[in-house]
Structure formats: C-alpha cells, structure tokens
Design a protein around this ligand. Sequence first.
Ligand code: ARG
Ligand code: ZN
Length: 860
Amino acid sequence: QPIRLADYHPPSHLVEAVELTFRLAPRGTRVRSKIRFRANPAGLENGNLRLDGENLRLVSCALDGTPLTALDYLLTPEGLTVPAERLPGPSFTWEAEVEIDPADNTALEGLYTSGGMFCTQCEAEGFRKITFYPDRPDVMAPFTVRIESDLPILLSNGNPAASGPGWAEWHDPWPKPAYLFALVAGDLVAHSDRFTTMSGRDVALNIWVRPGDEDKCAYAMDALKRSMRWDEEVYGREYDLDVFNIVAVDDFNMGAMENKGLNIFNSKYVLASPETATDRDYDFIESIVAHEYFHNWTGNRITCRDWFQLCLKEGLTVFRDQQFSADTRSAPVQRIEDVLQLRARQFREDAGPLAHNVRPDSYVEINNFYTATVYEKGAELIGMLRRIVGAQEYRAALDEYFRRHDGQACTIEDWLAVFEDVTGRDLSQFKRWYTQAGTPRVSAEWQVAEGRLHLRLAQELPPTPGQPLKEPVVIPVAMGLLSPEGAELLPETTVILDGPELTLDFDLDEMARRACIARPDHVIPSLLRGFSAPVILDAGLSRADRLVLLAHDPDPFNRWEAGRSLMRETLMEMLTGGAPDPALFDALDRLLAEDRLDAAFRALCLALPSEDDMAQAAHDAGLVPDPTAIHATRRAMQVAMARALQPRLAALYDAMDPGPAYSPDADQAAKRALRNSALTLLARIEGPARAKAHYAAATNMTDEIAGFTTLLETGDPDIARRFHDRWKDDRLVMDKWFMAQVAHAAPEQAVAIARALTDHPLFDWTNPNRFRSVIGGLTSGNPAGFHDPSGAGYRFLADWLIRLDAKNPQTAARMSTAFETWRRYDADRQALITGALDRIAAQDGLSRDLSEMVERIRAA
Ligand code: ARG
Ligand code: ZN
C-alpha cells in the first residue's frame, strides 16, 4: 500500500491542453472535460491511459468523439483505465462528463461549498475529485475553464477570457499540474489595486471576500504588493499574468494555497483590522501572502516531479518568505522566531515516531507529509546551502535554476545539480540532509593552554524509525570567540563540520593583539551563530560563560540563545527542588534596560521555554516529564521573575505604550509585545487590577487579548461572558475566545472547559479553525490539562478525532500529532495514550489519513 520514491515511472501520456466546463449546483455540479493527450515518448509504462478519479459519477465519456461503453474501460473507486488497444493512437482527445456533490464534500478537498460560495483545494490530490485526470504533478498543461452559475463572481486560474450573464471563461497560458487548478464562485466583493511589474506589465490585484469584510483587506493587499516588488528586487522574478486574485474562505484545512493566479486563503490569514486582529495575526498575514505569492516561481513555474519532492517547492518557498520577513522586519527577531518554531514543531517531530526525511522515501497518504520537517527543516537546508556557497553564488545558482528548469517538474537532484554546476562544488554529502531523518547533535569541547585555544566539534546522528545508522552530514558552524570581558577576539567565521569530528586551534596572542587587549586566560566560544544549522548543540558552556554571551555576544541570536539556555537550566533545576540563580535575573534586568535594543528582542529574551520544551528537555536529561509539575514550575519561575524584575517591568509597562494610533508595523508591534509581556508577568504578583485597566483601555486586539488571557488566569469570573457578548458575531475573534479559555484554564479544569465549549452553540466542529481552537487549544495550548493523569484529555481527543475523521480526515490526521510524544511519559500515561490510539485504530472505516498516522505514532 505505501507509495515509494523508488517506484517512480514517467507518465504514459502527456496533456497538451485541457478544457473544462462547470455547471455549478451545490448538490449536482456537472463537469465536462475535453483533454488533448499524446503518448509520452519517455513513458516506460504499458501505454494504457490511466486517469485518477474519486467520488465522481461518470455520466459519459468519449475518445476522439466516439462514445465509450463500460466495456471499453476499467472503472474502480480510484480511477479509470483505458487499455492501450482501445486508444485511437498516440494522440487523441478524451471527453467526459461527471457529476459531483460539492455541498456534501466535508473533507474540503476538491470542489466544495463554504458559506454559500464554491471553492476548491486540489493540492495534493484533490483534482481527481473534480474530474478524471492524470492527477500527478509531472503532467503539466494549459487550462481553459468555463464556469456557468448564477453567482455573481466566477473565478479560475490565469487571465479572464470572456464573460456574460451567468458564465465566465478563463484561460491560463502557463502549463501547470492539476494540483494548481482552482475555481471560486460566490457573492463576493473585491478590495482592488494595481501593480506595475519591473518590465512595465500592469497587473490587476484583487482580494475577494464576503460583503462586509472588504475593509479588512488593506494589510494583505499591502503585503502582496511588497512581496511582488521584493521578488523582483531580490530574485529577479516578475509576475506573469494580467491578474492576481486572492480569495478568503472560512472553511479551509490549512493556511493558504498557491493556485496559479488564484490563491485561496483561510480567511484567518487575510482579514485584519486593528480591532479584530493581533500583531501576530498581521505578521502571519504578511508572511503567508508572501509565501503563496513566491510560489508563483518556486512551485508553479517550476514544480515537483512527484510528491516526494515536496520540499523542493516548500523548503525553498519557506526560506524565501523568511528572507522577506527578515528584510521587512527585524532580521534577528525573525531568526529567533523561526528557530523557536523549528524547535517546537520540527525537532519534536524528528525526536519521535513520525520522524522522516526532508525528502521522504515512502508514504501512504501524501497529505500526512505537509510537515514541519518538509517545510521548516526544508527551509533550513536552503539556508545552509546559501551560507556554504555564499550570497552571490546562491543568487547565481537560483538564476540558473529558473533559466534551466522553467516550465518543468523537477527533483532534488535537479536542484542540487544546478548548485554543483554553478559553484563547482560536490554536494553529494550535503544531499544526506535530504535523505536522513533526525536532528544531528553537535558537541563542543575546548581548553585553553599555552596561549592557544583547542576546540573540538563532534557530530552524532541518533537513530530514527527505519534508519538505525547514519552518515555524517555537512554542518556549517558560524562562530566567534569572546574574552571573559565580552571583547570580540575573532570576527565571525564559518567552519564546516563534515566528518564525525573537527579540531580547531587558535593562537590567543595573535587574536588578542588584533583585538588590542591583553592575552586572556579564558575564551568563550560563541558557536552556531544565527543558528547556522538545524542541530542540537551542546556548547559545553558554564553558567558564567553564558552570562557573558547574554550580556555581550555581538550575534543577537546567540545572545538570546545564551539566555534561553540559562532559563531552561534554571527551570530544570527548579523542577528538582532548586531555586533560581539571582545572577540570571540581574542579567535580564540589565538587558531589559538596554533601550537601544529592539523591544521585540527584549520580549523574546523575557519569554520562558514552553511546557513542551521542558518536557522534551526533561526527557533528554533521562527523566520522565511530569506535565503537572512542569506547569507549576513554570508558574513559580514567572513569580520569581516578576518579583526580581518588578520595578523594571512596571517602568517598561509605562514606557512601551505606543499610543492610541495603531499601526501593525514592526516597531509598534515590538513595543506592544514587550509591554504585554510585562503585564502578564506583573499579574503573577500584583493580581488583576492592571490587567482590568489594560483590558478596559484596549483599542486593538493585541492589547485586548493580552488583557483577556491575563484575566482568565487571574480568575475574573465574568470576563469570558463580556468578551463573548462583544464579539459573538465575528468568527475569527470568536476562534480566539474559544482557544483562550482552554489554553488559559487551570490544568485540572481544562478538559471540562474544553468539553463544555464543544457544547456551545457557536462550536461548529466541521469548521477547521473552530475545531482547532478548542481541541488544539487543549492539546497545544494546555499541555498539563491535556496530559491530566486521569487520561480525560486523551479520551477527549480520541473521541473528537474519531468523529471528525468521518467528515474531514485531513484535519483529523493533522491533530493526531498531539499523541506523537507519548513515549516521553510515564507508564500510566503511555498506557492511556496507547489505549486511545488503539481505540481509534479499531474504528470501522477509518480514513487512510488517520490510520497511517495512528499506526506510525503507535509503532517504533
Ligand atoms: N502548498 C500550500 C502551501 O504551502 C499548502 C498545501 C497543503 N496541502 C495539504 N494537502 N496539506 O502554501
Ligand atoms: Zn507552500
């Protein structure tokens, strides 16, 4: 049943052109297709015509105008095959009419309805639920689409060709795979603008939303225009159609989708107003708009040969959107946030039963591989490559990639070959990053003796499911050296660790002379600056060394990292009965007082490792994490920090008020982030008065939600009702209301609160955002509640996964990853979790999506 990369065969037929006609009706949409095929000279297969098709009612079909009967083809629940001997010749036209039921399509894959509109999601394999087609990314074709419907706005890919009352035609001249097909029909209004490309092409830009939401599109539009300009300036990539449309949809399984010329977005990542969206929401909107736009070149013009190559487009496009955000906002803050995300999601995945290669070798359901590993670790690999070859050669390689592969469906081998050809390097060892799972561990040891520093770096690759033994990878380690006073002894340099170990030797006299200081008797290595590789580093630094880095490292990432590591260590010591070291609080106090430091950076330095980080840290230290104790310890640490930093926090609370005129820009957002961090910490020792005033005075959602969540924790009995009454008609804000109540509940009440919220009249569990708010609010937002020793959290999740799986397998499978860490925990919890997993596995008719996940999580 698994599909293997090693079994790839080129398609037997290629498509020269596709014409589709949709007669839309919620319960019975008719799709007529006319597809011009020709035999693929490179096709190794038997020459049969193989078309994918699922949940389609075949009305009629014909080859070169001759109708086929049931004897002419083989029809299964997965598709239709016309044997080679029934085909008219090497080139022919296939025509078919099918009927589909968009209103019944609760999986939200293929053509479905959402709030009275029609929309599509085809990646990865949804097009086969629309019509019979070779639904694989290495079959690319130009599409012409006719839509017939009474709905006022009818959209598809490419450029508008013609329209009249009740119909519209679209033509997309750029050959594309079926997964990039899109269609939207509805009663929509546009927020419109224009963009002139670098060669002078005038592009009409539209963001389509439901009437009433048109005043919430300005930020997404601004982000779109900035993304278009940035891709021209930084990558030389220009847009290639007359129109670019974005549509916001309420029911959507993921963030957004890069369909050619017609991006479809989860409304959460489009709609924003200061009153309803937080700074974080604005940040996401900016980066997701950029991400989908950047796919036009990295994904659409150059696509993937097969789904094993998913990281070819996703890793590169995430890297590009991260670069864009770094250029647009503060680069160090962006890097820290990207690394936080990588560690929270990808390191966690890599450490458990779901670990897989950035380029997987096999899958059962490809939707289960849209993972942090493919996306975020995939982006890290691009970043390492860029660091190794340098910015100029990276740009030269990208130019060559676009030149050589435009219009093609490519592989990781194609990608690396471009870099090898352009830079003259051998990247065969680098390629191991794509074919080995797991997070490498790097350790450093050093001594200072006779005026020299001896530094030894070593790498180790722990086994992962199915990969007991691994080969060393190429690890770029950006580094510097500091004196105990914090003077920089060595300007930043990058060394490459590509064997099991590497030893380096530095002359201290020479370095001291260049730095104009006396020869130090101690040196502090600042390793892996900017997080130059996705590894777990044991830097071997004493507490005193890390305090020096926290105060003086010229690399902001490592400054933050030093503080992070001190906090993690302190929390671990407190977990086993220790008390925090006042030196850490003194260091934080000084850092908070550095006014020339970015406020967002200071807020990040103040944030504690999450409960999940601590559970992993406990596990790594050979302990069995106790989620309840971890939660209590983190609380105790917040109280201790608030006590130690109180005057500073109170001063920052006043100083960081950006005033009433809201702007989502990085500068204001940074102030609010620091101010709201001060608020939450102070509430741990001051009680609710400040939060009450903050909530009452809030004029934007960032401040309002900060006040709201603080009041939920300090026990204001009426706050949830007041927030509800104010926002009950706004879906996106109500998602926050649902989530916050679960995430900020006391652990012993969290499951009961989550359960009560699933009975709320506004809890629509078929809406993925709402489902994630409550169920994800527990599993990710309240780990101590989810891991309640009674097992109630596990039963609650299992019940909901079983229920959702029957309607929406993709979202159910995605949420099942809450169980992926089960081996960390004690025997009782392990038994409760495996019991829950076994109960899911035993369900009749479980989807391929969820059954694959449960099996992988349970095994290994
Ligand atoms: N390509 C989309 C993006 O990264 C995401 C599509 C996710 N598809 C899926 N089946 N999970 O922007
Ligand atoms: Zn993407």
